[in-house]
Design a protein around this ligand. Sequence first.
Ligand code: NDP
Length: 255
Amino acid sequence: MVPDQFSLAGRVALVTGSARGIGWGIAQSVAAAGGHVVINDLDEATVAGRAQELRAAGLSASHAAFDITDEAAVEAAIARIAASVGPVDILVNNAGIQRRKLFHEFSYAEWRAVIDTHLNGAFLVTRAVVPGMMERRFGRIVMIGSIAVQQPKQAISAYAAAKGAVNSLVRALAAELGPHGITANAIAPGFIATEFTSALQADEAFTASMLTRVPSGRWGQPSDLAPAVVYLASSAGAFVNGSTLTVDGGFLAAG
Ligand code: NDP
């Protein structure tokens, strides 16, 4: 039983990149909190299967496969979602990619792919849902940022730059959209065990050294982050706007 303050009943939530990893964890929590979750990712069959999994568990879910960097596809998908299950009340911009390369070895295409997904993709999807949120005077936008903004490592310059832009974007959106009843916040995960970090998890030396810097002493799981999204999206989080909430097991604090 979810306390009323954290209930998402009656809300439609779109979670981008939610076929696996952190997005899937968020989708499960949002649905468990009573929201209708729309699973997005690139592959139609995969998102359809995930939505079916949630429905089989008695939760409310549908799917929309589209590429968040494709302007026409985004516009069409948001219109389809509004027509089928209702306008998006909660948007979680989670979809992401990583390209690990030294800065001077990035091709322009590789650099742009990272910026396109994290920043321009978030722009496209957010722009498509904001007019409806303004009309209804309610909206919750949550972007998945990263501790790479404060603690970038070697070979992730495009990613760190894109996530830094995402943090600035939520502050700008908070200022602009707050008067319309819309909040915009970011969550900055620490090291979370997903496919995204599979190479790092397989690197025992990296894991051993990273874990000495995580006071919680373990890799994070998607389920560590997902409740933070529910909080920000629910009435409990109504007065939180323009913030970045770090969920990293204490990594940044321990420096
Ligand atoms: P995963 O790689 O496990 O999942 C990312 C998902 O996004 C994939 O399902 C992927 O689909 C999808 N995706 C990628 N590009 C697009 C696109 N253009 N349109 C639609 N979907 C797309 O990553 P995580 O779950 O670990 O990461 C989720 C978010 O959290 C990302 O923004 C990441 O930067 C951030 N993050 C992750 C951390 C971690 O330690 N894991 C730490 C800090 C931040 P496909 O499989 O088809 O490519």
